[in-house]
Design a protein around this ligand. Structure first.
Ligand SMILES: [Zn+2]
Length: 887
């Protein structure tokens, strides 16, 4: 029944749109009513007799009802919450807000980010309803471009002031609905905000003409957050080295924003990110460590042991310490669900329940899912639950036994072997054994020997435990992240005890005695150096293609079988399931054909062109902030998802919305050749060979022709520095008839299609003058349709500087794609230009249409030259109810 409830909740997460709240309520009532009916009937003394079929139904029906209940519970909560969403009419308006800062704030060179609990809001003096929780930015202001008139504006821009959680502020904010980059795989920002209860994002209006933000008063709300913020400041003043301070702050107050992208990449590569991000896994490990330590200390005192058995005290203490730590570290969603799980397991233990571990585990899972159904979609949720299941399953004990090497070590310290019989001993046994030992106190040598033996046992247990966890989590890591850290096992062997038993306690002790932070910093420093050297080992990380679920699920089972304490003959049966992951590869385009993925990178261009064996990336998207860009956020995951080796990176021109992510892409794909209009000394080209794109260049990949149509060589030698847009490299990609024998009927069909030689035109930010040049060159060329294309990347993000009617008529596109940000400040695509495309479509012959695609509505866009009618929008294919519906 618990499994059915969870399955029902999981099913609801597949809904693309919510029903009204009443529907869920009715469903829940029906499910509950029918479930409780037999009990009600039993009470009035009426026991119905069932036929065989009815008896079968009586077994299946409760499961269906449980699933319905899980579905209705999740849906009802979602509908209730969704009722507070932002009115589209309020987007982009200046709203006066009074609210309380509810979380530790985050400072960066760009400005201040904070979360506000809205108390009241008004638009032009009229009260309006805003979502109760919003994420806001208070930016330092944009540097003026050129006009000196802007300078006064810049100077008058009110710089962010220090904000403390619990303060009530009045400010003018401009809000919008949560809207993130939406790609076929990768981080779901909108889900993340939904789970945090945030239903609007925006920024503080702090220009010269806006009413200044005003601190009204300090309230007593959110004391823990205030404390955390104060602590973080103390850590950064006490520890001189910022990298180490950031790590300590991440461990003590759970502030991960200070860690930079390189550090994160390093932690992920070595498989220790879970230790730094205060994930469920980390808190579980911390609880285990705390329990072991408390149990060990408790046993030192006979009086305490007489008062309460050491194992019980250890369990309760471990839970308390872990929960206190979870609160301290920000009480994030992963921390909350971990505490629920730990509390449940501890409760069972203290109540003396001896349940088989799968019962404990699935009920803990159910509790967490009831509390937060959306956690079913989080990688961290599965990582921590699978890790715990492995600890339970491999130990062979019920969880009440401790189930961990650390707990076993505690028992071993009492002279008992760690692999005690599964039968539960009386907790008092420990006490008596201890007393008996205390009576026959051995000499110091014997004691030292016993201590070392205990340590050895603990170490062996830990190695075994880490090995099984790493093995069991391997398919999960491949399925979720497309990578497997080979050094992860070793790194975790060192990192888990070092971070949980040394660095974290030292960092926490520093809260009381500040100089201890220097000690913690030293411990961090050594560890960071070691992790760095490990990440540099050859084959430290293996990359895999992201497998589909029907491959990932059996592989997960395979890993579990492999990790279970079963005979080896049985265990080995899990291996082939696991190996299937390693050999899986996403299907490539047929010969002579190509595939385009217009990634959703916000305001900027990035298009992945894939032929059968080659891959080209046209532009690399924008830079978002000092340490984040489209490269590492979107494009690297996109390339990794299919284990793609990039052959060529084409950068149309030097504007930051086109090259912003290039450094991140090149860092991970150093073999990629660069073809661009960038000048020779450009930072991106240093230390690598690169070619300048110019008209006339062309090459064939797997029967697909690539030709550069712009710029002309003389554009580079112009006297004055040309505007970057005018130098945009224009690329035409054309499917061709392929000579090799077709491999299958599918390919044959594809070849027949290819007779039409579909093509794509990628034009960067060209403007009217360059469009005219392209037209002139096409007119002079022998081929009649030198410029025509089925797929057109709309020039300059749909700006009114481009897309002239003559150019559009010559290209005659069937699909026009705009890559622009949601509510971008340039107003791209311009309504005038959108209308121009609509007019163009009117002129088309019957039977031909013009498909208009823009990033805000579509997210990432997939187009395949052999089946252009089957193009896909990520937002349409993967639409769920928490995603933003762009009006
Ligand atoms: Zn641009």
């Amino acid at each position: 029944m618990a499994v059915a409830l969870v399955a029902g909740a999981a099913l609801q997460l597949q809904q693309s749109a919510l029903w009204p709240l009443t529907h869920y309520l009715v469903a829940a009532l029906v499910a509950l009513g029918v479930l409780l009916l037999p009990y009600a009937l039993g009470r009035i003394g009426w026991v119905p007799r069932f036929h065989a079929m009815a008896a079968l139904a009586a077994h299946i029906l409760p499961l269906c009802l449980c699933a319905l209940l899980g579905f209705a519970w999740t849906g009802g909560r979602a509908a209730w919450f969704d009722d507070n969403r932002l009115e589209p009419a309020l987007e982009g308006r200046d709203v006066q807000v009074i609210g309380v800062v509810r979380q530790m704030t985050h400072n960066s060179p760009m400005g201040l980010r904070f979360r506000l609990e809205v108390e009241s809001a008004a638009l032009d003096g009229q009260a309006v309803r805003l979502p109760p929780r919003m994420d806001l930015g208070w930016y330092r202001g944009m540097a003026p471009r050129s006009a000196p008139a802007d300078l006064s504006d810049w100077e008058l821009h009110r710089q962010p002031q220090a904000m403390v959680p619990g303060e009530r502020w009045r400010m003018t904010v401009r809000v919008k609905a949560p809207h993130g980059s939406f790609n076929f795989q990768g981080f779901d920002y909108e889900l993340w905000l939904w789970e945090q209860g945030v239903q609007a994002t925006g920024y503080v209006r702090a220009g010269a003409r806006d009413a200044p933000p005003q601190r009204l008063q300090a309230t007593l709300d959110y004391p823990v957050e205030r404390w955390r913020q104060g602590l973080r400041e103390r850590i950064f003043t006490a520890v001189p080295e910022p990298g180490q301070a950031a790590l300590i702050a991440a461990l003590v107050v759970g502030d991960q924003s200070a860690l930079d992208q390189q550090q994160w990449a390093l932690f992920r590569a070595t498989g220790v990110a879970h230790l730094v991000s205060i994930s469920g896994l980390h808190i579980t490990m911390f609880a285990w460590a705390a329990r072991w330590l408390i149990g060990w200390l408790w046993r030192r005192s006979q009086r305490l042991c007489l008062w309460w058995p050491a194992p019980s005290a250890a369990w309760a203490g471990g839970l308390l310490v872990a929960c206190a730590y979870a609160v301290f570290s920000g009480w994030g969603i992963p921390a909350q669900r971990t505490c629920i799980m730990l509390a449940w397991v501890t409760l069972l233990r203290l109540a003396g329940a001896r349940w088989p571990w799968p019962y404990v585990w699935i009920l803990a899972l159910l509790l967490v899912v009831v509390y937060d159904p959306w956690s079913l979609l989080q990688a961290g949720f599965w990582l921590s639950f699978v890790a715990v299941a492995v600890l339970f399953a491999t130990d062979g004990h019920p969880p009440a036994q401790g189930g961990s090497a650390m707990a076993s070590a505690g028992r071993a310290a009492l002279g008992r072997r760690s692999d005690t019989s599964p039968a539960a001993p009386d907790p008092r046994d420990d006490l008596f054994t201890r007393d008996a030992r205390a009576l026959a106190t051995p000499g110091p040598m014997a004691r030292a020997y016993a201590w070392f033996r205990t340590l050895g046992q603990a170490m062996r247990g830990m190695v075994r435990e880490q090995a099984t966890i790493t093995l069991a989590l391997a398919p999960l890591s491949i399925a979720l992240f497309g990578q497997l850290s080979v050094v992860g096992l070793l790194a975790n062997l060192l990192a888990v005890p070092w971070v949980t038993l040394v660095i974290t306690p030292l960092a926490l002790a520093g809260v009381l005695i500040e100089p201890v932070w220097l000690l913690a910093a030293a411990a961090c420093g050594g560890w960071l150096t070691l992790v760095q050297s490990m990440a540099a080992w050859p084959l430290a990380v293996l990359a895999f293609a992201l497998p589909p679920w029907w491959l990932a699920l059996p592989a997960g089972l395979g890993a579990l079988v492999l990790a279970m304490p079963l005979p080896w003959a049985l265990r080995c049966m899990g291996l082939p399931l696991l190996l299937a992951l390693g050999v899986w590869h996403p299907p490539a385009p047929p010969p002579g054909q190509f595939e385009l993925i217009a990634a959703d990178v916000g305001q900027g261009n990035a298009i992945l062109v894939r032929t059968r064996k080659h891959v080209l990336l046209y532009d690399a998207g924008p830079r978002y902030s000092l340490d984040s860009d489209a490269g590492q956020r979107v494009l690297v995951p996109l390339l990794q998802a299919s284990v793609t080796r990039l052959d060529r990176l084409m950068l149309s021109h030097r504007d930051t919305d086109h090259v912003g992510g290039a450094a991140s892409v090149l860092a991970l794909q150093p073999q990629a050749e660069v073809l661009s209009s960038l000048e020779a000394g450009h930072l991106l080209l240093q230390g690598r060979t690169s070619t300048r794109c110019q008209v006339g260049q062309s090459w064939d990949w797997d029967g697909v022709r690539f030709s550069v149509l712009h710029p002309a060589p003389e554009a580079y030698s112009a006297q004055s520095t040309p505007k970057p847009n005018t130098l945009s490299c224009v690329l035409r990609v054309q499917a061709g008839a392929y000579a090799e024998a077709p491999e299958s009927a599918d390919v044959q069909a594809g070849m027949r299609e290819a007779q039409q030689q579909r093509s794509a035109l990628l034009v960067g930010d060209i403007e009217q003058a360059q469009e005219a040049q392209l037209l002139a060159r096409a007119a002079a060329s022998p081929s009649a349709a030198a410029l025509s294309a089925d797929f057109l990347l709309v020039p300059h993000h749909g700006s009114k500087t481009s897309s002239t009617s003559q150019f559009l008529a010559a290209v005659h596109p069937q699909t026009a794609v705009v890559q622009a940000g949601y509510r971008n400040r340039y107003g791209h695509p311009a309504p005038l230009v959108v209308q121009r495309y609509a007019d163009l479509a009117q002129s088309y012959a019957p039977g031909t249409t013009l498909q208009w695609v823009d990033t805000p509505h579509c997210g990432a866009f997939l187009w395949q030259s052999w089946q252009p009618a089957n193009s896909q929008c990520a937002r349409k294919v993967l639409q769920r109810y928490w995603h933003h519906r762009v009006p």
